[in-house]
Design a protein around this ligand. Structure first.
Ligand SMILES: Nc1nc2c(ncn2[C@@H]2O[C@H](COP(=O)(O)OP(=O)(O)OP(=O)(O)O)[C@@H](O)[C@H]2O)c(=O)[nH]1
Ligand SMILES: [Mg+2]
Ligand SMILES: [Zn+2]
Length: 313
């Protein structure tokens, strides 16, 4: 006889999925198993964060198959995860130098999926000034922001407290960001028992070497009330070059800092793209320092990519 158990996929590596199950006894167990054929392809592909059904042969307890996944709240391509509640965008204040357009692209994707975006600026010990500038910029845009130095330990307690109080009862957050920004180092700092591998970045190219190679969820708290934090592999600059995560008509709603200025442009169909401050309220806000010019630049850049995609379809 086969029985079914439900649990959360906490790790996927080489086709083997680790699923965390709370047994009837209350004990937490992890089962490693493969997914059935139809869960290997396309949108049905199993992701870390999925709520899975395991089918177990009672007479042969080693015969376990991941036989189904529950409907998802959301799913991302990068990091490849399902059912995220919070996406912590980890950005180094220096080494590697931050690329705000990439940051804004990921924020936009999170907003589109109704995942709460949070910014964590790392390596404040290397460039405190830049960390302060970026923190002010994104706080001003309406985001929750943290600035930390994992080396000095500064700001780490605040991030830990935020995660512990926001990740309960299955709530899930991920650390995402470019390779080498210090995601794994910070996870280790927050939860020292984890001991994740981290690596020096190459001084010369200022680029990470992709030390973390798989997504893994770590438990915060215990049993039913536990939440999860994921460390994820860093992405490269090319990962968001082809921006095809949603359509042009959805773009504006993913820029929360534009909202207070909407409806005040001279033309009601203003796309906030090329118009100057006299016509466009968004351009005016950027000029008057009420909106970060880099946010407007990111918006315009994503707009152009989405527009050309729509035209050549
Ligand atoms: N100076 C300084 N260096 C840091 C800090 N945090 C991390 N680093 C260093 O940055 C390098 C990269 O750190 P990792 O934690 O491996 O970076 P990662 O974001 O996990 O990288 P991937 O796994 O490749 O995505 C290591 O040499 C760390 O010691 C910090 O707060 N200050
Ligand atoms: Mg890492
Ligand atoms: Zn406008």
């Amino acid at each position: 006889m086969r029985i079914e158990k439900q649990g959360k996929v906490v790790k996927g590596l080489g086709g083997l999925f680790e699923t965390r199950v709370i047994e009837a006894s209350g004990e937490v167990r992890r089962y490693a198993c493969r997914a059935k054929g139809s869960l290997h392809r396309g949108d049905a592909k199993v992701l870390v964060g999925d709520n899975a059904v395991l089918s177990i042969d009672e007479s042969m307890p080693d015969d376990i198959v991941l036989s189904g996944i529950a409907e998802r709240k959301n799913a991302l391509i990068r990091p490849p995860m399902a059912n995220l509640d919070i996406l912590c965008m980890v950005v180094a204040s220096a080494k590697p130098a931050p690329v705000l357009e990439t940051v804004d692209k990921l924020l936009s994707i999170a907003e589109h999926h109704r995942i709460e975006p949070v910014l964590i600026f790392t390596k404040t010990d290397i460039d405190k000034e830049n960390a302060e500038r970026l923190s002010a910029l994104y706080k001003g845009a309406g985001f929750t922001v943290f600035a930390v130095s994992s080396h000095l330990g500064e700001g780490v307690d605040e991030v830990r407290e935020y995660l512990i109080s926001n990740l309960k009862n299955g709530k899930t957050a991920a650390f995402a960001g470019a390779s080498g920004v210090g995601k794994s180092t910070l996870v280790n700092r927050i939860f020292p028992s984890l001991q994740l591998a981290t690596a020096e970045i190459s001084e010369k190219i200022e680029r990470g070497r992709h030390t973390t190679r798989h997504v893994e969820l770590f438990e915060i708290g215990e049993g039913e009330s536990a939440g999860f934090l994921a460390d994820t592999p860093g992405f490269s600059l090319l990962d968001f070059e082809r921006f095809d995560f949603f359509g042009l008509s959805d773009l504006l709603s993913t820029f929360r800092d534009f909202v207070p200025h909407l409806g005040a442009c001279r033309y009601s169909d203003c796309a906030h793209i090329g118009e100057g401050p006299a016509e466009c309220a968004i351009a005016r806000a950027a000029e008057e320092g009420k909106l970060a010019p880099s946010r407007l630049a990111s918006y315009r850049s994503i707009y152009r990519v989405l527009k050309s995609k729509n035209e050549y379809k």
